[in-house]
Design a protein around this ligand. Structure first.
Ligand SMILES: N=c1c2ncn([C@@H]3O[C@H](COP(=O)(O)OP(=O)(O)OP(=O)(O)O)[C@@H](O)[C@H]3O)c2ncn1[C@@H]1O[C@H](COP(=O)(O)O)[C@@H](O)[C@H]1O
Length: 108
């Protein structure tokens, strides 16, 4: 199990975005703005879908990494912290009733 976390990547993205390093892909994406970053997010999502339906496990791993990176860039440009998304997901675990339904004995 890796120690790496999305929270760590979010911090790296924030640092690189404001680094002024001309070799930084993150800084370039931030400079090009939300339109380009969102386009890249969409492209990576499509590539992940293609990998999934074609059964290419290694490509799915790689495209998923690209997808998560570009998703964090889009969140960063939008000024939405990763924590806001995690809190939303956390709330849904209580709101959906899925856990309650799963623990309820079947009536049939
Ligand atoms: N996880 C990533 C990551 N995943 C993908 N990419 C980059 O995303 C780009 C997407 O590749 P594409 O071939 O789709 O894009 P392209 O064809 O070059 O671009 P367009 O023609 O679409 O404009 C590549 O340049 C990849 O290097 C990433 N760039 C950076 N990171 C992380 O961000 C950190 C900081 O990176 P820099 O900002 O480059 O220092 C790195 O240490 C990594 O942890």
């Amino acid at each position: 199990m890796t120690e790496f976390s999305l929270s760590q990547l979010e911090k790296t993205i924030h640092e690189r975005a404001h680094s002024g390093d001309p070799d930084s892909w993150t800084a370039k994406l931030y400079a090009r703005g939300m339109g380009k970053a969102a386009q890249k997010l969409g492209e990576e999502a499509v590539e992940a879908v293609i990998a999934a339906v074609s059964g290419d496990r290694q490509a799915l791993v790689s495209e998923s990494a690209d997808l998560l990176y570009h998703w964090l860039v889009v969140l960063g440009i939008a000024g939405v912290p990763l924590d806001a998304v995690l809190e939303e997901l956390e709330q849904r675990t209580g709101r959906s009733g899925i856990a309650e339904k799963a623990s309820r004995p079947s009536s049939g």
